[in-house]
Design a protein around this ligand. Structure first.
Ligand SMILES: CC(C)(COP(=O)(O)OP(=O)(O)OC[C@H]1O[C@@H](n2cnc3c(N)ncnc32)[C@H](O)[C@@H]1OP(=O)(O)O)[C@@H](O)C(=O)NCCC(=O)NCCS
Length: 163
C-alpha cells in the first residue's frame, strides 16, 4: 500500500506525525489478516514501534506487510514502512512494526483461522521467531475473563488524564 503524505498529516516543521503512520500500519495489518483468514479481525496488540527517520510532507510512504506467525485465532503481521520522494529516488526505511490481529466472529469472539503455509526454511525461521514473540506477549497480557472489569488504575487514567 502506498500513501502520499499531505499537509494535514504534519506538524509545524513539516514532519509527519507518528500517529498517522501508526494508523496506516493498523489498516495494513487489518487488510493482511482479513485476506488470510477470510474473517473480520481486531487489533489485539502493537509491539514497540521505533520511528527511525523523519518523513516529510509530500513524500510517499510504502507499506510492505506479510504474516509471520499464525496461532489458533491470532495472526502476527510484520510491516515495514519506507519513504521516498514523490518523483522517485532512494527509498529508506522509516519504521518497522509487528501487529497482532485476532480473527473474530460477528459477536467479537475469537475464531480459528487456517494455518500459515510455510514454503521455505526462511519462512519457518520467521514463524519460529514469531512464536517466541507471541509467547513473550502472552506473559504480559491479562488472562481471559478479566478484560471487562477496568482496574482502578484504568479508571483513574480516564479521570486524571482526560484531554
Ligand atoms: C483480542 C480479543 C478478541 C481477545 O479476546 P479474548 O477473549 O481475550 O480471547 P483469548 O484469550 O481466547 O485470546 C484469543 C487469541 O488472541 C490472542 N491475544 C489475546 N490478547 C492478546 C494481546 N494483548 N496481544 C496479542 N495476542 C493476544 C491470544 O493469544 C489468542 O491467540 P490464539 O487463539 O492464536 O491462541 C479481545 O481482547 C478484544 O476484543 N480486544 C479489543 C480489540 C479491539 O477492539 N481492537 C481495536 C482497538 S480498540
Amino acid at each position: 500500500m502506498a500513501r502520499l503524505t499531505l499537509p494535514t498529516d504534519v506538524n509545524f516543521m513539516g514532519n509527519v506525525f507518528g500517529g498517522v503512520i501508526l494508523e496506516d500500519i493498523d489498516r495494513v495489518a487489518y487488510i493482511t489478516a482479513t485476506r488470510h483468514s477470510g474473517l473480520n479481525a481486531v487489533t489485539a496488540s502493537f509491539d514497540r514501534v521505533d520511528f527511525e527517520k523523519p518523513v516529510h510532507v509530500g513524500q510517499v510512504l510504502d507499506f510492505d506487510a506479510h504474516l509471520t506467525f499464525v496461532g489458533r485465532s491470532s495472526m502476527e503481521v510484520a510491516i515495514e514502512v519506507r519513504a521516498e520522494a514523490l518523483m522517485g529516488g532512494p527509498k529508506y526505511r522509516v519504521a518497522r512494526a509487528w501487529v497482532t490481529m485476532v480473527a473474530v466472529d460477528p459477536a467479537g469472539h475469537p475464531v480459528p483461522v487456517r494455518p500459515l503455509a510455510l514454503r521455505s526454511g526462511a519462512e519457518r525461521k520467521e514463524f519460529e521467531a514469531g512464536r517466541q514473540r507471541m509467547d513473550e506477549r502472552r506473559r504480559h497480557f491479562r488472562p481471559r475473563g478479566r478484560r471487562s472489569r477496568a482496574s482502578s488504575s484504568e479508571k483513574n487514567m480516564g479521570a486524571k488524564h482526560a484531554v
